[in-house]
Design a protein around this ligand. Structure first.
Ligand code: PGA
Length: 255
């Protein structure tokens, strides 16, 4: 059975004190999460060691990072390596978020290297894909997303793919309050699963978790997570408020 995940993406928000307070609130959900129904909290780098200490002993609430260098080590000013993330207690890394692709010019070649760094070091990858509005309006989103997945992931073996979760995040839904409908989400998630099946076979496709992201909130989480091919969510804005994030976790647990 594939796992379900709700992952918080704090982006560039929260002081250390506010982060610690929020994590303490989220830990109240700890008894409900299981190996198959997990929570990930992806914090800014400077929060990682603090959050790791708070999460100690809470096995199914995992620490995530929002980025990782494409290089192993050396003279790369400002970068943080996969090995450093492991050392800080990280288990999951978000790779290929549309904000990194768009604002920091991360292309598929670089993302494939980041994926490799993470997997070679023992980190799990949350690989993001998703189309801009003009692609959705032209109804070519399937081909767009398939290309992102092929370029970022298809160099991996089926065994390596077991440590990858996909997050489908339509750019027009991120931070806009405009969510994909359940039909739109289910349709493209099923398509993504088919793309994985085509490359890696039915077992790999059945086992990979595909998360939805983009204005997921306490009001729409339950119906999104009820879609057969939606295995949880990557949550931005609503992950910064304990009550909202806890309610989204509850929706995943009850799905
Ligand atoms: P949002 O962000 O929930 O604020 O739309 C999601 C994301 O970018 O991961």
């Amino acid at each position: 059975m594939r796992k379900k995940i709700v992952a918080a993406n704090w982006k560039m928000n929260l002081t250390l004190a506010d982060g610690a307070f929020l994590v303490n609130e989220i830990l109240t959900a700890a008894t409900a999460v299981t190996t198959l129904k997990q929570v990930v909290i992806a914090t800014p780098f400077v929060h990682l060691t603090q959050t790791a200490a708070q999460l100690e002993g809470f096995g199914n609430i995992h620490l995530g990072a929002q980025n990782c260098s494409s290089e192993k080590s050396g003279a790369y000013t400002g970068e943080v390596s996969a090995a450093m993330l492991i050392d800080a207690g990280v288990q999951y890394v978000i790779v290929g978020h549309s904000e990194r692709r768009g604002y920091f010019n991360e292309d598929s070649a670089m993302l494939a290297k980041k994926v490799n760094q993470c997997l070679e070091t023992g980190l799990q990858v949350i690989f993001c894909c998703g189309e801009p509005l003009e692609i959705r309006d032209a109804e070519t989103q399937n081909a767009f997303v398939a290309k992102q997945i092929a370029e970022g992931l298809f160099h991996l073996t089926a065994e390596q793919l077991q440590n990858v979760t996909i997050a489908y995040e339509p750019i027009w839904a991120i931070g806009t309050g405009r969510t994909a409908t359940t039909e739109q989400a289910q349709s493209i998630h099923a398509y993504i699963r088919n793309v994985i099946a085509g490359q890696y076979g039915n077992d790999a496709a059945a086992n990979i978790a595909i998360l939805y992201g983009g204005s997921c909130n306490p009001t729409n989480a339950a119906e999104l997570f009820a879609c057969p091919d939606v295995d949880g969510g990557l949550i931005g804005g609503a992950s910064l408020k304990a009550d909202q994030f806890l309610s989204i976790i509850a929706a995943m647990i009850n799905s």
